[in-house]
Write a protein that binds this ligand. Structure first.
Ligand SMILES: [Zn+2]
Length: 326
């Protein structure tokens, strides 16, 4: 297993940078952190095996606030991206990595220029691939439910503008908001698709089966982040299978965020995917925040009877074929 080539399609930059690197970047930029003690800082931005979030809102507030603030400059974001792509290769032989981030959460409310942020991200990625030439990487720009449709459209247009330079796809994430309309985002996804970029969305992770149904029927993404709720509806599973939509499964993240009650429920969901021929991949969602990596996720799935070694290998093959990196 250790020497196997691995691929990961679902990692958030805000949850993927080694804490000592973030600590140094915070100090380099003179950011006032809530603690002068490194270990307190590390505890603040990572989760132990006994910590759980009760909602996605809580997860974002507790963990992403500081990591995104520290990553909010061209200098910091470049170093962060470089460290995650290089680290993935060194730690678990990730030769293909798609990394995602929301550039609008890294521009200090407009103080930093979005293009500078995006170009720094791409520089960091290029430098990592120069250091580790066997690695292929690509960046997914994320839109968010807490932003306005207009703001999300700006992000989508940036993704299109940089598509030949390393941006490979678009994503939508974030906790549900009254103000958010998935229908209003349909034309944005259509424009992104026409431009030749990959489409993935965080949906079916919590409560909203209607949104998942709408996404599958109308947006027809290439992939879905999580999509756990699909197991509750045979019609949705049928549509996912027929459209060959790949589910990006993140076992540890789903457990830590209480999206599944326990290991047994996660096992049932994965067995349903297998039974229904739903294509899926294994991912970390954020290796540093959840103190995991793709190799550990694979071992966890095997140890808990969720997958066999052959099925893990199939997940890896699916990741290599479902990548947005051309
Ligand atoms: Zn995610």
């Amino acid at each position: 297993m250790r020497k196997a080539l691995r691929a990961e399609l679902h990692t958030h930059l805000g949850a993927a940078v080694d804490p000592p690197i973030l600590w140094s970047l915070a100090h380099l930029q003179g950011i006032r952190l809530p603690s002068k003690d490194y270990w307190e800082f590390e505890d603040m931005i990572t989760m132990t095996g006994t910590e759980y979030n009760t909602s996605l809102d809580e997860m974002h507030r507790k963990f992403y606030y500081w990591t995104e603030l520290i990553q909010s400059s061209p200098l910091a974001v470049e170093e962060s991206v470089k460290s995650v792509i290089g680290g993935g290769y060194r730690k678990c032989n990730l030769v293909l990595q798609e990394l995602r981030l929301n550039p609008m959460f890294r521009n200090r409310g407009g103080e930093q220029d979005l293009d500078h942020i995006i170009m720094a991200v791409l520089r960091g990625m290029d430098k990592a691939m120069l250091e580790y030439p066997m690695v292929k990487a690509g960046i997914i720009l994320m839109m968010d439910r807490t932003l306005t449709t207009e703001q999300n459209y700006i992000i989508a247009k940036k993704a299109i503008a940089y598509k030949n330079r390393g941006i490979v796809g678009i994503d939508l994430a974030g906790p549900q908001r009254e103000s958010f309309s998935i229908e209003a985002h349909l034309p944005i996804f259509e424009e992104v698709r026409k431009a030749g970029l990959g489409i993935t969305l965080h949906t079916g992770e919590e409560g909203n089966l209607d949104e998942l149904r709408y996404v599958v029927e109308h947006i027809k993404p290439d992939r879905i982040g999580h999509g756990l709720l699909s197991v509750k509806d045979t019609e949705i599973m049928k549509a996912i299978r027929e459209q060959n939509i790949v589910l990006e499964t993140c076992i540890t993240s789903n457990l830590r965020n209480r999206k599944v009650t326990n290991v047994e429920e996660m096992k049932q969901i994965i067995h349903t995917y297998l039974r229904e021929n739903i294509p899926f991949t294994l991912n970390t969602d954020g290796p540093e925040m959840y103190k995991t990596n793709i190799h550990k996720e694979q071992l966890f799935a095997i140890e808990h009877g969720m997958l066999t070694e052959e099925q893990v290998a199939t997940c890896t093959e699916t990741a290599f074929s479902a990548t947005f990196i051309k």
